[in-house]
Ligand binder design. Structure first.
Ligand code: ZN
Length: 87
């Protein structure tokens, strides 16, 4: 599968966030467990593990506004959601 990280800007340093280019650009965000998450969800094992993750297709970076896919100006919105908290 062809995919590559195609964009990075300052706000993305503050979380597990990245943009991947495939058939279009996807914004990926991982939700990372904090100490409080561990207290509330006993399926979780350690701080820093991924609880769930979402990827949604975007045309613009939501953080800096850069146009990520200059070949088009509209997309069909969709997202993928991955729940990793009960594995
Ligand atoms: Zn950006």
């Amino acid at each position: 599968m062809k995919s590559s990280r195609s964009h990075h800007c300052k706000s993305m340093d503050y979380g597990e966030v990245w943009i991947e280019e495939d058939d279009c650009c996807y914004l990926n965000i991982n939700h990372i467990a904090t100490e409080q998450d561990l207290e509330e969800n006993h399926y979780l094992e350690e701080e820093g593990q991924t609880i769930d993750a979402v990827a949604l297709n975007v045309l613009y970076c939501p953080y800096c506004g850069e146009h990520l896919d200059e070949k088009r100006d509209e997309i069909v919105p969709m997202f993928r959601f991955l729940d990793l908290s009960k594995l």
